[in-house]
Design a protein around this ligand. Structure first.
Ligand code: SF4
Ligand code: SF4
Length: 465
């Protein structure tokens, strides 16, 4: 008779820290109005892959009718993009993001303990969420446990990646299939070409442009990926703020915002990074800043959730609330002030705008980026179909759900190309990498730029290649 291991016994109910709020789960009245907004439902047509289906599964676990280690539940919590399109259209105000992240935290805990999942979906392929290749498991541990928590290591890694690209190792690894061997093909393909700009020096103050009166003092949140591979976007952001009468401070000691951790269910990792960033901003003189500016949608949405993330921490909750009150997405900030349009020069480009989910749905910032683009003389903005539908980037979704990510990515690029635009404007590093990767696959030479880069080009009167 085979021995029954403890890890084989189904786990009933949510427990411990970060339990999905049953009050939120029960707010869902099963009306189904969110279904057409859900990208995974649109692709699969399956009720289980819809917000309503996923909430039903969460309710099942919460009430003990579905086990926490049930493969269908685990599979659906992984397949969800956490794009929060459902949240934005829900008439009952279901705060879906919070219950999804808590569900993932519960799953992560049992996965870390080595527990085997049961009732694996028979028809769907068994996704990486359930059986993760060893290479990806090791990468996840390194990336989330070490790399994103230590900016020194992160910068050193970025430099290593630059060398990897420069000396031809990347081409070799792709051509020989070495990358596939480690189960890393999808994630490696997303790696952007790392430019010569690596870091924006922190701890510095960039004064308002010469001839423009300084009327505001703001802090810029450098982040991790944004301060290395997308450092040129920080350069552009600083110049645009300077042109609008801002003294811009880059406080030292900040790092990753914790979005990838929180969205993936590592709530403790997210909270650790939140405390670090709040302390860094306090040390730089939080009270003296009119705003904390963030130019990446996923990071901005997480920064705005710090108070919620630290709600059970009496030592940090009030500090987090004070921090959150100052966080402004760059588009939100610029659209709220009287923009310096006098110095904007013509940019004769046809542009379409792809909305990052965590800008449009999580922060409800939709009109501001368009308003900024329309303020650029001679720039023609053409709207694409489904601009607010997730591009499939969604943090590490390419790694965990490559097939769905690919379908959503190519759908997004087809919609963008149909506009005839020569530039796709966006506002999030994940979207920028996903779009560039899909355009590369499609063999199309369309540029992907941040909205703030286009504003900067207009102020400088030159278009960058
Ligand atoms: S999440 Fe909201 S929109 Fe979707 S079924 Fe529930 S109540 Fe309706
Ligand atoms: S977060 Fe996005 S993918 Fe997940 S259920 Fe809601 S709409 Fe669907």
């Amino acid at each position: 008779m085979s021995e029954i291991k403890l890890t084989d016994i189904p786990i009933i109910g949510f427990s411990g820290a970060d339990v999905p709020d049953s009050g939120v789960i029960n707010t869902c009245v099963h009306c189904g109005l969110c279904l057409p907004a859900c990208p995974t439902y649109r692709i699969t047509g399956s009720e289980l892959s819809s917000p309503r289906g996923r909430i039903y599964l969460m309710k099942g676990v919460s009430e003990g009718r579905v086990s926490l280690d049930d493969g269908v539940f685990v599979d659906q919590m992984s397949q969800c993009l956490n794009c929060r399109a459902c949240e934005a259209v829900c008439p009952s105000g279901v705060q879906y993001g919070g219950i999804l992240e808590a569900s993932r935290a519960q799953i992560q805990r049992i996965r870390d303990s080595g527990h085997e999942m049961t009732n694996l979906p028979p028809t769907t392929q068994v996704r990486t969420a359930i059986k993760t290749p060893i290479g990806e498991r090791l990468i996840r541990r390194f990336v989330f446990g070490a790399l994103f928590k230590n900016m020194g290591l992160f910068r050193a890694f970025s430099r290593g990646m630059k060398i990897y690209q420069k000396i031809g190792l990347q081409t070799f690894a792709r051509k020989t299939g070495l990358i596939k061997l480690f189960g890393m093909a999808e994630s490696e393909a997303m790696l952007p070409a790392i430019s010569k700009q690596f870091t924006v020096p922190t701890g510095q103050v960039f004064a308002a442009s010469a001839g423009i009166k300084a009327t505001r003092r703001v802090a810029l949140m450098p982040g991790c990926i944004m301060s290395t591979v997308f450092a040129h976007v920080h350069d552009a952001t600083i110049r645009v703020l300077q042109k609008n009468g801002c003294d811009v401070v880059l406080p030292g000691g900040q790092g990753c915002c914790g979005a990838l951790h929180t969205h993936g269910g590592d709530m403790d990792g997210g909270r650790e990074l939140a405390r670090k960033n709040i302390a860094a901003m306090e040390a730089a003189g939080l009270d003296n800043f009119e705003a904390i500016i963030i130019n990446a949608a996923g990071c901005g949405s997480t920064l705005k959730e710090y108070a919620h993330m630290l709600r059970d921490d009496p030592a940090w909750h009030a500090r987090a609330e004070k921090f959150v009150a100052k966080v402004r997405d760059i588009h939100e900030f610029l659209a709220a002030i009287v923009l310096n349009t006098a110095d904007l020069k013509p940019l004769p480009l046809v542009v379409t705008y792809q909305e990052p989910c965590h800008m449009a749905h999580a922060q409800r910032i939709t009109t501001q980026p368009r308003k900024l683009l329309k303020s650029i003389p001679l720039l023609k903005l053409i709207e694409m179909q489904e601009s607010a539908m997730c591009c499939g980037s969604a943090g590490i979704y390419n790694l965990t759900e490559p097939e769905m990510a690919g379908q959503l990515g190519s759908r997004k690029v087809s919609n963008a190309l149909a506009t005839g635009a020569s530039v796709i404007a966006t506002g999030n590093p994940g979207c920028a990498m996903q779009l560039a990767n899909e355009l590369r696959k499609a063999g199309k030479h369309v540029q992907v730029k941040y909205v703030v880069e286009l504003l900067d080009e207009s102020y400088r009167g030159q278009t960058d290649a």
